[in-house]
Write a protein that binds this ligand. Structure first.
Ligand code: HEM
Length: 410
């Protein structure tokens, strides 16, 4: 087996710390690499931008979870049932219908209306951070905020939100830990029951919120069933929390390890949206796409991916492909046109539905930090040393902890 393939498959510590040299080798020597990861299913890893872009838009490569149900059972266990009806793991025509309904509810008006709430949540969390000693920004800020925002979107507030956060934390903590299986089951049952009650209440007392729009499906579509609604809530929680948490951490880490770029954005805040796109390209939180399956034999760049094989797209590798982005390992906030070219939010039919919300969250979080703590520094042994997530391959890319001194003068 190619050395670079082995490093990616085994997810060695060096690879986790910095996977980019491995991706460079794969792009140059094995751009469509066959691997056999922990889950044991034949997998093809795509590392070049051009191939990734083509595959993400190719209808011969599907996503329906029923194609790989064993794999999904290994990953999600009992949650498979709840995730069964969701758009992230569906193909047309099921995907088209679910996506259309979700998109109608995910309007710019709804996202925009969330701004003051997200600002309040972000500042509330920062108010509680100590400034006289280092604080782990992942635990104190990046982790709680995105779930709070999704609750806000779904109209889950007050004490109910506190309960949902508590039980959802149990799910995320225990999903990959067999010793905590009992806790996981209890949490899943509690959340499923709660979501069903919340949906029932929204049907009885509609408002103008996001969940009401989902319940009141656009007239040309068949309405969502209660099971589909519960599944939609699960997928928003799963797709919208860890991705955003890790991206907040990646952005802060990138800023603090690139003082020249940090200074540029501090001197010119109008650069921030462009900077966020560049940081998403440079260190995206979704390192590889979710699973796809070859629905037939598919030839790409001279390699035949056989029907039934899993196809995995290394988004972070495509985003560092010099054929597409010159000098790709340099963080450069003056790059333009990134919003429509980097693959950090995917591409094609499954392009991230929450991208506008994620961008808003990132903008609010970074603005709050830069305004309140302009002298913030890393409180790690050396600036280059992050505590990168280990996890199995395929992986998210992000930090487990991010100790910072918010006000080093204290
Ligand atoms: C899909 C990234 C935040 C909801 C995706 C995909 C990527 C992605 C790469 C495509 C997956 C694939 O094709 O395999 C991200 C990143 C985020 C983020 C990096 C944060 C920085 C959010 C948020 C929400 C969300 C905040 C909603 C609350 C979704 C949904 C899909 C999706 C529903 C599935 C769309 C479909 O299958 O049609 N995301 N996401 N995401 N994302 Fe996000």
């Amino acid at each position: 087996m190619h050395e670079a393939v082995a490093a990616a498959t085994k997810s060695t510590p060096e690879y986790r710390q910095c996977p980019y040299p491995v991706y460079r080798t794969l792009r140059e020597q094995a751009p469509i690499a066959r691997l056999t990861p922990g889950h044991g299913v034949d997998t093809y890893l795509i590392t070049r931008y051009e191939d990734a872009h083509a595959i993400l838009a190719d209808p011969r490569i599907g996503k329906d979870m029923h194609e790989g149900i064993d794999l999904y059972h290994a990953l999600f266990g009992d949650l498979c049932e709840a995730l069964d009806d969701n758009l992230l793991f569906a193909d047309p025509p099921r995907h088209t219908r679910l996506r259309h309904i979700a998109k109608t509810a995910f309007t710019p008006r709804h996202i925009h209306a969330l701004r003051p709430h997200i600002e309040e949540l972000a500042h509330g969390l920062l108010d509680r951070c100590p400034t006289d000693r280092p604080v782990d920004l992942m635990q104190a800020f990046a982790l709680p905020l995105p779930v709070m925002v999704i609750c806000e979107l779904l109209g889950i507030v007050g004490q109910e939100r506190t309960e949902v956060l508590k039980w959802f934390a149990v799910v995320t903590r225990s999903r990959f830990n067999k010793d905590l299986k009992g806790d996981l089951e209890e949490a899943e049952i509690w959340l499923r029951d709660y979501f069903a009650r919340h949906i029932h209440r929204t049907r009885q007392q509609p408002t103008d919120d996001f969940l009401t729009m989902l319940v009141e499906t656009p007239h040309e579509e068949e309405p969502l069933t209660d099971d589909e609604l519960v599944s939609m809530i699960w997928v928003l929680l799963f797709a919208g929390h860890k991705t955003t948490t890790l991206q907040i951490g990646n952005c802060v880490f990138s800023l603090l390890t690139h003082p020249d770029q940090l200074r540029a954005v501090q001197e010119n805040r109008e650069l921030l949206p462009q900077a966020i796109e560049e940081m998403q390209r440079f260190e995206g939180s979704v390192e590889t796409s979710t699973f796809r399956y070859a629905l037939e034999d598919v030839e790409i760049g001279g390699t035949v991916i056989p029907k039934g094989a899993v196809v995995q797209i290394a988004l972070n590798s495509a985003n560092r492909d010099p054929e597409k982005f010159p000098d790709p390992d340099t963080l450069d906030f003056t790059r333009e046109g990134l919003q429509s070219s980097h693959l950090g939010f995917g591409y094609g039919a499954h392009y991230c539905l929450g991208a506008p919300l994620a961008r808003l969250e990132l903008e609010i979080c970074l603005t709050a930090l830069l305004d309140r703590f302009p002298d913030m520094v890393l409180a790690m042994p050396t600036p280059a040393e992050g505590d990168w997530l280990k996890g199995p391959f395929p992986a998210f890319r992000g930090l487990e902890r991010l100790p910072v001194a918010l006000d080093p003068s204290r």
